[in-house]
Design a protein around this ligand. Structure first.
Ligand SMILES: [Zn+2]
Length: 284
């Protein structure tokens, strides 16, 4: 089923990614409520991620010698600069995740440029890394967004859902060197297990899924992607996967995946670079 030829004869590729949203998603959610700026409990749900969970996740990654990709809003990086530096110092990759976790769809080109350039600079100044990866925060991007990213040195995005292999993003009708590494809702811990009473998450309430079942879902998706020679991009959020109980799901995934010699575990930029170098425009 059109698998990809991965480096060194590996059969499939796995990208572990973590969206360190911090307070931002809850600030945005509160804005829609009467007197929303006064709500602070929901903010603490997000704050739990940078406060307690990112370090726990990094310890787990170190145990399995895995380098991951952390997508961080610029505002979160400003609030937790030491944490962001620690992520970079541990050898992980930082990626762009908006400034205040804002929706790009519906914003003017000028507003999008400001967000892109501002957060890129914040992350680069803090870490010394070239920030070349992007994950769209809160829903969709606009038709102009990929072109604006590409013009500003971005080399890949992990935002879309429509494939289980990397591909070249088409901008103005042309395939470009901006590589998309799609992810999926079914490997997003937020969909399975995030919860808050007010504002309601999920909107209809009634969800903290069985951890054993979530682990089984994730493992089955890995097995399926591996069988067909594809690329899976696990999308996690520290305040969800990094709790003392749920970190076991990550532990088991890492244990299983790193025990397979024919799996390539890589960062977003490594996967994008490899795909760009080996799958020329007009190919497939
Ligand atoms: Zn996010």
């Amino acid at each position: 089923m059109n698998g990809i030829k991965w480096p060194e004869g590996k059969k499939s590729a796995v990208m572990f990614s973590f969206d360190v949203d911090g307070d931002t998603t809850w600030e945005n959610g509160n804005k829609g409520l009467p007197n929303g700026e006064k709500y602070i409990k929901s903010l603490s749900v997000g704050q739990y991620g940078p406060k307690r969970c990112v370090d726990r996740i990094m310890d787990m990654l170190e145990r399995y010698n895995v380098r991951a990709t952390f997508f961080v809003p610029g505002l979160t990086a400003e609030r937790y600069p030491e944490l962001i530096k620690r992520i970079a110092e541990a050898g992980h990759e930082l990626g762009h995740h908006g400034y205040a976790h804002e929706r790009f769809a519906g914003r003017t080109v000028e507003e999008q440029i400001e967000i892109i350039e501002k957060s890129k600079k914040i992350l680069e100044d803090l870490t010394g890394q070239d920030i070349t990866g992007f994950r769209t925060p809160s829903g969709d991007w606009s038709i102009e967004t990929p072109g604006l990213l590409y013009e500003r040195g971005f080399r890949y995005s992990s935002s879309m859902r429509g494939d289980d292999r990397p591909y070249r993003t088409v901008i103005d009708g042309e395939e470009t060197d901006l590589i998309e590494i799609p992810t999926k809702w079914e490997v997003d811990d937020y969909v399975a297990m995030a919860y808050n009473m007010y504002p309601a998450e999920p909107a209809g309430q009634d969800r903290i899924s069985c951890y054993r079942c979530v682990e089984d879902n994730f493992m089955r998706e890995f097995e399926g992607h591996h069988r067909y020679g594809l690329c899976i991009s696990f999308m996690s959020h520290p305040q969800v996967i990094g709790s003392p109980g749920r970190i076991r799901i990550l532990d088991h995934l890492l244990k299983e995946i790193t025990s397979r010699e024919d799996v390539w575990v890589a960062t977003g930029s490594e996967i994008a670079d490899w795909y760009r170098d080996n799958y020329p425009k007009g190919g497939k």
